[in-house]
Design a binder for this molecule. Structure first.
Ligand code: 6PG
Length: 233
């Protein structure tokens, strides 16, 4: 059950009772996007996110009858830590999803953040030349309005597809992130926002403030799914 807040060019804002319900709605939208992309193009290119709500979505994806061979997975951002560090987004996604479903290893395109931010960003960007647009980009939002590893006040070269991120306010300070431009090269955008700590940023976003999350757009459809706590409902 959800309450549709508004539906306009800026996206479909929907409020759900809790994070579990947000994750279930996200699951539904992802399965729908995958089915459509595979039916029309034979492939489903999805950008995955770190964070607690996306993690719930990955757990729900396990057990779904998907055509996993046709999924191509990318990451919106990664933390510059050792390859097996439990704080890495890739490690979380592997444990929750990839160890349990049959996505071919060659379809998994994680960010080699263990190389360091600069080298990893350059390596990751090189593969995107013929991979855009994505079919779906999934994002979370931090309490300061950051998304992926695009933080308020950080200035990046807008021509880049992938940024090396230094001095991130959320640890670890060194990260790699798809750029605003790259994240916006997508047919569908799905933003998951849960928890009372996000409420102030949600209010700012709705009031038109220039937050990193507010700058990401899609070609076709943007869905912003919130729980009541984040929405202040
Ligand atoms: C990261 C994440 C980050 C995350 C948001 C929301 O690497 O830190 O990619 O962008 O999505 O901070 O996280 P929660 O869902 O845990 O609040």
């Amino acid at each position: 059950m959800s309450a549709m807040l508004s539906e306009d060019k800026a996206g479909n804002w929907q409020i759900f009772p809790d994070a579990e319900a947000v994750a279930k709605a996200a699951l539904h939208l992802i399965l729908q996007a995958a089915e459509q992309a595979i039916a029309s193009e034979g492939i489903f290119r999805i950008v995955l996110a770190g964070g607690t709500t996306p993690e719930k979505v990955y757990r729900l994806l396990v057990g779904q009858a998907c055509d996993w061979q046709r999924w191509q997975l990318y990451l919106g951002d990664e933390r510059c830590l050792a390859q097996d560090d439990p704080e890495r987004n890739s490690v979380m996604i592997r444990q929750c999803l990839l160890d349990k479903v049959g996505i071919p290893p060659e379809n998994i395109h994680f960010i080699p953040a263990e190389l360091g931010a600069e080298a990893a960003a350059a390596t990751y960007a090189a593969q995107f030349t013929d991979k855009l647009p994505f079919h779906l980009v999934m994002l979370g939002m931090g309490e300061d309005g950051h998304t992926a590893s695009l933080f308020p006040g950080h200035v990046h070269n807008q021509q880049e597809l992938v940024h090396a991120v230094h001095n991130a306010p959320k640890p670890p300070p060194e990260r790699v992130s798809l750029s605003q431009y790259c994240l916006s090269q997508t047919q569908r955008l799905l933003v998951l926002v849960t928890g009372v700590g996000k409420h102030d940023a949600v209010k700012q976003w709705q009031a038109g403030h220039d937050l990193p999350v507010a700058r990401i757009t899609s070609y076709q459809q943007t869905d912003i799914l919130l729980d009541k706590a984040a929405a202040g409902a």
